[in-house]
Design a protein around this ligand. Structure first.
Ligand code: ADP
Ligand code: MG
Length: 716
């Protein structure tokens, strides 16, 4: 008798060495094995007659027959060891071919009865054959005959059939596995009990379309269990942070309203008003705010954050605004100084502060003299203490992680946290990534913005582009040129940037051209940026350091080299750097991915293009465009950041958005956070419900059970 706790070693077919291999994959007990799901299935119930194989070209089918002859040989062409067998049933014969598996001559003999599973193909001599099929002898070994066979991913050198037998034994104990989801939660999630789901995932009664698409009730049960665990864990963590209710009382009275009205240089958009109300409600509530404010580049998030800051400050609390780079800190600092006009004591915190500046800062924050501080990660240092941190605003969230958030949290008494991001995250992803944040979205741009004209060009057109740049500079414009060098990487290869910089400097000898990248000191970067802002630099050649939040109204052209190497959302960020002033603005994406125009323009140039890109003429899409080109063209047509983000998500998957930050956390076995986002929503709603109705302690208990129930490999 085996139970869920029986070590795998006591299963039939598992000795010490297999037990070790299984353990390396997180499979320690019989109870772990049912969570080791097949990644595909083979329907071996309906053998195909050999005479009918021609109708199943390239389509894996089951054939049964007797081996008429079998021998190993060496292929004359490729000098490869080949094992061949001729299999015959009552309708005809077919050749089976295995490459580099000479050992099969010991295993497959004339006279054996075989079931083989593989795709028939034509050999180079025009004969139908099956190459490298799965095979099984079926005399005295018929358990897998006529069934749907689960295929598991390889574990060490355990042969597939042995692995199937090991897992099959463990299925006996399924009825003894405790369902970690209580019935009332199953009802809320609309899923059934665990046992039949596990059973079906290993032994599906039928391979329906729903099942193959991983949407069967059994799959949904697992998907929702995982999503729910994730959501509930996030919520529990947050609720634990929240146990202490806020003890500050925030009031918004007429004097605050008046003051806010006075600092406002413009009328807020409807969307800004709406999110401001959401934030104000949070500030006044007895629980700390934890809100994500999303808004496209230029949608006006800063002013919303600043008004929230005023509310906290006028209620006697300090506010910290965190930005990812010193340049942004500088920019925020200046803009806020202008707007607030000395009515608030403002300070700056960056890594490049002098020791004496630092001492002043630390003292000012500790005794509460400084009311609003704008800073980089330097603000998170241990030395930095606040008298009363009431609100922390994190700008451009995607560079901040959970730990940083927790550090911030520890700097105040349950401060309110507002996270602002200009990377529009598709709703489906936002839920998964930030399941524990409330969402506010500014989905409207301030009036009067001119559309940015976006064009995709080949590098052969660079000279024409340069002429255009020249004319625009004459008319007073400033220009960004961006090279695809990933700033986050440790080993920056700056060569392409430097070469590009030199080339542009040569091409524009009478213009002021400067270069900027992440390797420069903060002071140098800042000095360069200041010169650019002051109009002293015509062309700024850089990496994506300028990606986030920079505001130079006079810069009206964004030229992006090798644009195909960027994600669409990143391109959108870059494009958002222009179009901030009155000048007509342009984003020019340079890419040599085969364009429709080139591909169609006749034999010679077509051959040249496809050769230079190293692809075959058929590489491109149906109209001759490569997928990259198509992607850029789509981008050029789309203005709305959320739409860009959705497209990016469909084209490149969620990695782009998740970055390294969450990639480990967001791996689910069957659940796909994009496709299954409505299930994620259901899981989130249920998690909120459980916390509200059953309390945090009970929720915590459920999370622990759920996490314990899952096999370790789920998150390896
Ligand atoms: P982002 O959301 O990208 O951070 P910002 O807050 O930097 O956007 O705002 C972009 C520009 O739009 C700024 O110059 C800001 O002063 C201006 N702005 C913001 N809100 C409005 C508004 N309601 N009406 C007019 N201009 C606005
Ligand atoms: Mg901003």
């Amino acid at each position: 008798m085996i139970s869920p706790d029986t070590p795998v070693q006591f299963l039939k077919g598992v000795g010490a060495s297999r037990a070790k291999v299984l353990a390396e994959h997180g499979l320690n007990t019989a109870g772990d094995l049912p969570w080791f799901f097949p990644y595909r299935y083979e329907d071996r119930r309906h053998p195909t007659r050999i005479a009918d194989l021609g109708r199943h070209l390239d389509d894996p089918v089951l054939v049964r027959g007797r081996v008429i002859s079998a021998h190993a040989k060496v292929s004359p062409v490729k000098r490869m060891k080949i094992f061949e067998a001729l299999l015959e049933d009552e309708s005809g014969g077919v050749k089976l071919v295995w490459f580099n598996q000479a050992f099969l001559s010991d295993q497959i003999k004339r006279g054996d009865r075989l079931a083989v599973f593989g795709a028939p193909k034509f050999s180079s001599y025009g004969h139908l054959q099956i190459e490298g099929p799965d095979w099984e002898k079926f005399e005295g070994d018929e358990e897998e005959e006529g069934s749907i066979v689960p295929i598991y991913s390889k574990i060490g050198n355990i042969p597939p059939k042995a692995l199937r037998r090991i897992v099959a034994q463990s299925l006996e104990i399924i009825p003894a596995i405790d369902d970690p989801l209580p019935e009332n939660i199953r009802e809320r999630l609309h899923v059934g009990p665990l046992a039949p789901a596990l059973e079906q995932l290993h032994r599906p009664p039928e391979l329906t379309e729903e099942f193959l698409y991983r949407r069967s009730p059994a799959h949904r049960r697992i998907i929702l269990q995982e999503f729910f665990t994730f959501q509930l864990a996030l919520r529990v963590r947050r609720a634990t942070e929240e146990v202490k209710k806020k003890n500050r009382k925030i009031r918004i009275d007429d004097s605050i309203r008046d003051e806010v009205r006075k600092i406002l240089p413009f009328k807020l958009t409807r969307a800004q008003k709406r999110v401001l109300k959401e934030i104000a409600d949070d500030l006044q509530s007895s629980r700390p705010m934890y809100r994500l404010l999303q808004g496209d580049v230029g949608s006006g998030k800063t002013i919303v954050g600043l008004i929230a800051a005023m509310i906290a400050i006028r209620n006697g609390h300090q506010v910290a605004l965190l930005a990812p780079t010193e340049i942004l800190v500088e920019q925020h600092f200046q803009r806020i100084s202008q707007l607030l006009d000395h009515s608030v004591v403002l300070a700056k915190a960056t890594g490049s502060a002098t020791p004496s500046e630092r001492r002043t800062l630390i003292a000012g924050l500790r005794d509460g003299y400084i009311q609003l501080v704008v800073g980089t990660h330097a603000l998170l240092e241990e030395k930095i203490e606040f008298k009363s941190l009431g609100l922390a605003i994190v700008d451009e969230q995607h560079r901040f992680g959970v730990e940083q958030r927790q550090k911030l949290f520890a700097k105040g008494e349950t401060p309110d946290i507002l996270v602002m991001t200009a990377t529009p995250i598709p709703r489906s992803l936002a839920l998964a990534m930030y399941g524990d944040l409330e969402l506010s979205v500014i989905d409207e741009l301030p009036p009067g913005r001119l559309a940015i004209k976006t064009a995709v060009r080949a590098s052969s057109q660079l000279e024409r582009i340069y002429k255009f740049l020249d004319a625009e500079i004459d008319a007073g414009a400033q220009i960004y040129v961006v090279y695809p060098i990933i700033e986050e990487s440790e080993k920056l290869n700056l060569k392409p940037l430097k070469l590009g910089f030199e080339a542009i400097r040569k091409r524009f000898p009478h213009r002021e051209v400067a270069m900027m990248h992440g390797r420069m000191s903060a002071a140098d970067k800042e000095a360069t940026m200041q010169r650019f802002k002051a109009g002293e630099i015509h062309i700024l050649v850089s990496t994506t350091v300028i990606e986030v939040g920079i505001d130079v109204p006079n810069a009206s052209i964004m030229l992006i080299m090798d644009a195909d190497r960027f994600g669409l959302s990143q391109l959108h960020q870059l494009r958002g750097r222009v179009g901030r002033g009155a000048r007509k603005s342009y984003a020019i994406l340079v890419s040599d991915m085969e364009s429709g125009r080139l591909a169609r323009s006749g034999g010679a140039s077509r051959a040249a293009t496809s050769q230079s890109s190293g692809g075959t003429p058929d590489d491109g899409g149906r109209d001759g465009r490569s997928p990259e080109k198509e992607r850029l063209d789509l981008f050029a047509e789309t203005r709305d950041g959320f739409e860009v983000a959705e497209r990016d998500l469909q084209l490149r998957g969620p990695g782009e958005f998740l970055g390294t930050r969450q990639s480990g956390v967001l791996r689910f076995r069957f659940g796909n956070i994009v496709r299954d986002h409505e299930l994620m929503e259901r899981a989130r709603d249920t998690a909120i419900d459980v916390i509200d109705h059953d309390g945090v302690a009970r929720a915590d208990e459920i999370v622990r059970r759920l996490l314990g129930a899952e096999m370790e490999t789920a998150r390896d």
